[in-house]
Design a protein around this ligand. Sequence first.
Ligand SMILES: *Cc1c(COP(=O)(O)O)cnc(C)c1O
Length: 468
Amino acid sequence: MSREAKQDENKAATHGFRALPQVQRLLEMPDAEPLIRAFSRPALTAALRATLDHIRATLREAAAEIPAPEALLERAGAVLRAGQRPVLRRAINATGIVLHTNLGRAPLAPEAVEAAAEAARGYSNLEFDLAAGARGSRTQGIEPLLRQLTGAEAGLAVNNNAAAVLLALSGLAAGGEVIVSRGELVEIGGGFRIPDVIRQGGARLVEVGSTNRTRLADYRAAITAETRVLLKVHRSNFRILGFSAETGVGELAGLAREHGLLVMEDLGSGTLADLRPLGHAHEPTVPECLAAGADLVAFSGDKLLGGPQAGVLVGRRAAIDPLRRHPLLRAVRLDKMTLAALEATLRLHRDAPQRLPVLRMLGQTEAELRARADRLATLLEGLAETKVVASEGHAGGGALPGEGVASQAVSLAVPGLPAEELARRLRLHQPAVIGRIAGGRVLLDMLAVSEDELPEIAEAVRQAREPA
Ligand SMILES: *Cc1c(COP(=O)(O)O)cnc(C)c1O
């Protein structure tokens, strides 16, 4: 036996390792019966083994008490019940980031949720032309709306914006060159790097300008017989300040026309609505970008558009049509639920944008947010020590980079419970409550929290004080 193993054994003996009950004995206890009935004997056996293993491991690290057999069965039961709950579950977003990629980005409008459920429940004319009684186009519902909302000649939608950019470059630039400014060779979250996507699309990247300044002349000098696309990429997650210059889509469009090239912009968040009336900085809109002369604009469905995960391409017919015939389209096509939700979302943009949760959240006044924070603080009376504080939220999802959104938060502490532990317990609650830690306290930002979630948060704090 090695020296380590011997030490382990000695420690185990001191901590009463051997006194852990046998699985067989636990299975014969009366408390085991309901668990066997609910989950089966093999399932309970496995859960008990896992529970005992866990206890063995903790005993090795610290001198802890061995739980009573009833408590061991109770723990195994909790493990089995947890296994029955869906892993993907609802979360309350108290991070202050409206479009949080890790939390699923945009919450859908009720109309979009209903449309997706309706599409899921039964059959639909997904790819069927009802008037002709023949095969139809999958995007028949969204194309007219995209044209109407953006002023584009044509539109298409795929799985996400990364797929939209890949499809566009594969279909329009494969075998040729794509010119991009060095200031726009961005990486967005999840390892999506523009140079990699260009390579994957079968095109060659030609970098022009410098990190902070790229002029029209730089693009002009780089054009060869191989050039296909002048690509602009929205700086979604950073800003370049100080001595800087970029060439706008309008200027690029003029240059492209002279040489018979295409100008494409990856707008990332791609808002249809002007955010200035909501009190925010200007985020370039899709219609503006097209009006300035872009032949093709790509943007996400679940960022500022406020819809389901999707990637939208709008622009000139000559740029979109070749993509409809590209083999990659089949690999990145949208499913029926997403299409239904996307169509409903676009309808709302046309008819009632105020019903879109993302735009509503970004349009809240500080007074509204303050009132919500006050109500939560009231609900938490007697459960936690609270302070209502000003907080800085963000649009997230690559929208309004570098711009804070004035918000309000409840800063809370439970005496005797470290902030990290309180935050962890809130995360593990159902629904999960996700805040952040600031100054040794848990901060719950109200920007992306709705009114009817407040009692749920209070319940989560109540349970965090005395976990089962
Ligand atoms: C977010 C973003 C993407 C990727 O969009 P997804 O819909 O997440 O695939 C691509 N480009 C830019 C500039 C972005 O901001």
